[in-house]
Design a protein around this ligand. Structure first.
Ligand code: HEM
Length: 171
């Protein structure tokens, strides 16, 4: 029994399910609902970020997926043997892995700082009269544009990663 392989697979598939499923739930249900509620959606998002720590959840599950994926990739490729990497199965795992890593970097660069800025503005507004100044509105709009861009880039990459991983072994 290969304990390392089993452990890495359990961590990899478990964290990948949480990352991929969470991203779909966030992009298609939670975010549009908060937006549809307008100003009333702000406390909902704030609770999600600050109390439920969704901004920690995603980097943790994505990081675990990538680390355990790297262990599996190293093992499957026999220490990065070109023959395995160039095979249809190896190529599919490589493309899927790179897509997921790019989605992770995109999330760290675009989602994390933008969500933090949105929360900072919300806190500033809560400490004032609750009406955003033009500078605050500009920050909110910039953060919103970046979050929209991130979800347009990240979701297709995550879908590609999941599809590539699902079929790789059978190519
Ligand atoms: C959203 C991201 C990801 C998802 C949804 C995902 C999903 C999966 C799934 C379901 C499997 C099982 C496939 C099978 O046994 O036939 C798998 C296996 C694998 N994944 Fe991923 N994965 C992701 C990211 C990554 C990354 C970033 C890497 C590399 C750095 C990677 C490398 C691998 C490897 C090498 C295997 C084969 C494991 C084995 O031989 O048992 N994955 N992945």
């Amino acid at each position: 029994m290969d304990v390392l392989l089993i452990g890495a697979r359990v961590i990899h598939i478990g964290s990948a399910m949480l990352w991929f499923g969470g991203a779909i739930l966030f992009a298609f249900f939670l975010d549009p609902t908060a937006k549809a509620l307008g100003a009333a959606g702000q406390p909902f998002m704030q609770h999600l970020m600050e109390r439920r720590k969704v901004g920690i959840f995603f980097p943790v599950v994505a990081g675990l997926t990538i680390l355990s994926g790297a262990v599996l990739y190293w093992r499957d490729s026999g220490g990065l043997q070109a023959a395995w990497i160039a095979s249809p199965t190896g190529l599919a795992f490589t493309i899927g892995g790179l897509a997921a890593i790019t989605a992770f970097v995109g999330g760290m660069v675009l989602i994390g700082p933008s969500a933090a800025d949105q929360q900072a503005v919300a806190r500033e507004m809560a400490g004032g009269d609750g009406v955003p100044t033009s500078a605050q509105r500009e920050r909110l709009e910039r953060a919103d544009r970046r979050l929209t861009l991130a979800s347009r880039i990240d979701l297709p990459l995550l879908i590609l990663a999941a599809l590539a991983m699902a079929v790789a072994r059978y190519l």
